[in-house]
Design a protein around this ligand. Sequence first.
Ligand SMILES: Cc1cc2nc3c(=O)[nH]c(=O)nc-3n(C[C@H](O)[C@H](O)[C@H](O)COP(=O)(O)O)c2cc1C
Length: 299
Amino acid sequence: MMFIRLRLHLHNKKHSVFGSADDRTSLDYGKRELNILLILRPTINISIIEMLGRCQAFPFRLDEKIPINNHDGSNMNVQEAILSRKSVRAFTDEPVPFETIRKIMEVSQRSPSGTNTQPWHAYVCTGTVKDAITRDVLELVEQGNARKYSDYDYYPNDWKPVHRDRRRGVGWSLYGLLGIEKGDREASARQGKRNFKFFDAPVGLFFTTDAYLGKGSWFDAGMYVQTVMLEARQFGLHTCPQAAWIPYQEPIFKHLGIPDDQVLLTGMAIGYIDDTKIENTLVSEREEVENVVKYAGFD
Ligand SMILES: Cc1cc2nc3c(=O)[nH]c(=O)nc-3n(C[C@H](O)[C@H](O)[C@H](O)COP(=O)(O)O)c2cc1C
């Protein structure tokens, strides 16, 4: 048994399942069942959800016109790109044309940065180079030879409860979809290792900045990385940013010829979504916007 939080904020009554609920209900989580995207099932009620045993709630208001999961990229506007982006953890083996990647990187180069410092570097790999990185990093994983995130001042060793809970929340949601039980270390490790195969995506990216730069430049580079992910949607591509590579930088630097005065910011898988995989139905939660954004002086 586990608890899934249902937070529905559906602006259109027609789509409302049981009003705007902020509810908790217990669901039988043991079996592989249908994943229900609630907004697509206007008539569904809570007993049916309980019967089917699994659901996901959309954490924000959705514009009816926007297909949230998959959009082929044609005529996509900015809002559609933002709302259809999500972290995809299973890709098809369909190759991504080099010209498409080149275009994404060219457009993304227009990202803003403080005093136009453009403090980012991107390394794009496929084929044998990508395979060599996967092989060597998996070897380090098997040896238990990982650095710490805190070695790179990337993530803290101890998280505040609010952040720890969000981290656990998305992890449990993902593992729940995959049928990985809490405490099943072997299955969790197996899923974790999928990061290092770029979730089977045909192309991998690594983003770095110059090591001497500070938080402001990491902030700039973050905007660049988001621009890449949004521009990828324009071509019907999906992405998964991957901090999982952070503890295993040496082989990445070696195979991509990255100078050692740079530091890794994130890896990223990019390719076409495999719609048949349950992990790609994950819709991550978001904090209520009211708790995050404070307005002043508008009245
Ligand atoms: C910098 C960064 C690093 C991330 N690293 C990983 C990762 O290593 N593996 C993974 O599966 N997801 C990773 N994610 C994806 C996050 O889990 C995801 O963005 C978050 O749960 C929100 O879900 P969404 O991207 O589907 O909206 C990362 C995201 C960011 C922005």
